[in-house]
Ligand binder design. Structure first.
Ligand code: EPZ
Length: 418
């Protein structure tokens, strides 16, 4: 298993380019199942979760070719409307094929996603939504079976709680359902808007993406499309915080500053100098010491839960006490223990982490527990005195493209040990 070895103490300077968004590429790949025609997707990041989704599509019957960050998919026929346990257990987002398969083939068999490090993460809202569109749902032998032999029918869906992939799954089902579907309390994430943009280019009729009420007029079929995926706001946010924590002068390019509003606002509170020379560039510079600032994770446009761990690393360096409240997932503080091994002072009380900042971190052996937790350990290691060895970096490879190369190019002393 690969490890990262990081020698801390150097500021990040220079420029880092942002990749395409993993959490936009995953639903876009699943959406390719909705048509028999060619789908060409650009800016697809070469990360492990994407490769898992590609394997799943080939399993289902897609023909696929990959040329760097361009993926071409054609699914003339759904040969096997199934997402097997072997794939779903490695990536819960595999459940994103549920909606497209029921809509296109009238049937889907998807392994129930098991537990996840950051929370229970059930898919009950996805299933309830499909039932509202007329699908019959059953569960046995660890699999969900969804059938709609006569096709899906438009319906009115109200999510009890905002769900990102739930909104995407139902959106992909509703575009081929007969009649109108309304989705209330829908997720407003940029990735949902990007998916709706792609589906609209395929001939779908969608209104209100980006708001909490989405309306869909079903169509009988969708055609092929060429679509470029949006920038990864979480990857960009991770680098912006990396610049802030190391006290460097770092410019992150190819991102969408508008998607980073909550983070930028918070970093200004913390006392970091942030400038945005244009709509897709953010420059981070030090501006005196780091001040503590409480933060609560929220659905978009609030502060992203996927940046919470990285922000915690930053707050270990702030001059005073800060409180971080995690409201989206019930168990997303696994990184705190590892940060404490490096000398951070953190107390966890339920969904809140109380940090006594001003910690002089020192290098240590630490273990990554999930994708974003591993990113926070990389950030902490870059300011720690001495050498840190991060184990299980396969977690970080799930969602960051060549992160050690990008950080080294900006001056970090980081290397991968295979
Ligand atoms: C998406 O996960 C992202 N994944 C996650 O990013 C992200 O953390 C999350 O949204 C929140 O922003 C992808 O887009 C592939 P949810 P998702 O459904 O859709 C509960 C990363 O690091 N819920 O919005 O699975 C759920 O348990 C990953 O890139 C139900 O109870 O998250 C959670 O507490 C991690 N029943 C809350 O809702 C359901 O049917 C929000 O989850 C669905 C969700």
């Amino acid at each position: 298993m690969d490890k990262f070895v990081i020698d801390g103490g150097l500021p990040l300077n220079g420029t880092i380019a942002t990749s395409g968004a993993k959490n936009s590429a995953l639903p876009a790949l699943a959406a390719a199942l909705l048509t028999a025609e060619k789908v060409v997707l650009h800016r697809i990041p070469r990360v492990r979760d994407i490769r898992t989704m590609e394997r799943l599509l080939v399993n289902i019957g897609s023909e696929m070719s990959v040329d760097e960050e361009t993926v071409t998919i054609e699914t003339p026929k759904i040969l096997s409307p199934e997402a097997p346990y072997e794939l779903v257990k490695t990536m819960r987002a595999s459940s994103l094929v549920l909606g497209p398969l029921v809509a296109r083939a009238g049937r889907a068999r998807v392994s129930m996603p098991g537990g996840c490090g950051i929370g229970a993460r059930p898919i009950n809202f996805h299933l309830a939504g499909l039932e509202h569109l007329g699908a019959k749902i059953s569960q046995e032998y660890g699999y969900i079976e969804a059938v709609a032999p006569d096709g899906l029918k438009g319906g009115h869906i109200v999510f009890d709680r905002i769900t990102v992939t739930g909104t995407e799954d139902i959106l992909m089902a509703a575009v081929l359902a007969s009649g109108e579907t309304t989705i209330e309390n829908a997720a407003r994430e940029p990735e949902v808007v990007d998916l709706a943009a792609m589906l609209t280019k395929m001939g779908a009729k969608i209104e209100g993406a980006g708001s909490s009420l989405i309306k869909v007029q079903g169509v009988s079929q969708l055609h092929g499309v060429t679509h470029e995926i949006i920038a990864d706001r979480i990857e960009a946010g991770t680098f912006i915080i990396a610049g802030a924590i190391t006290g460097g002068d770092l410019t992150v390019t190819g991102c969408v500053t508008e998607h980073l509003g909550a983070l930028i606002e918070k970093l200004v509170d913390v006392g970091v100098r942030i400038t945005a020379p244009d709509a897709c560039t953010v420059r981070v510079q030090p501006d005196g010491g780091l001040r503590p600032a409480d933060m609560t994770t929220e659905e978009y446009p609030g502060f992203a839960t996927d940046l919470q761990a990285q922000y915690m690393a930053l707050m270990t360096q702030a001059d005073g006490i800060s409180i971080i409240s995690e409201t989206i997932f019930e168990n997303r503080f696994m990184h705190a223990q590892e940060l404490m091994r490096m000398g951070a002072r953190i107390r966890i009380e339920g969904g809140r982490a109380i940090l006594a900042g001003g910690s002089r971190l020192t290098g240590a052996g630490v273990i990554a527990s999930d994708l974003r937790a591993s990113a926070s350990l990389v950030l902490a290691a870059m300011v720690a005195k001495g050498e840190t060895v991060i184990d299980r970096v396969y977690h970080i490879d799930r969602g960051y493209e060549k992160i050690e190369e990008k950080l080294s190019a900006a001056g970090a002393r980081i290397r991968r040990v295979e």
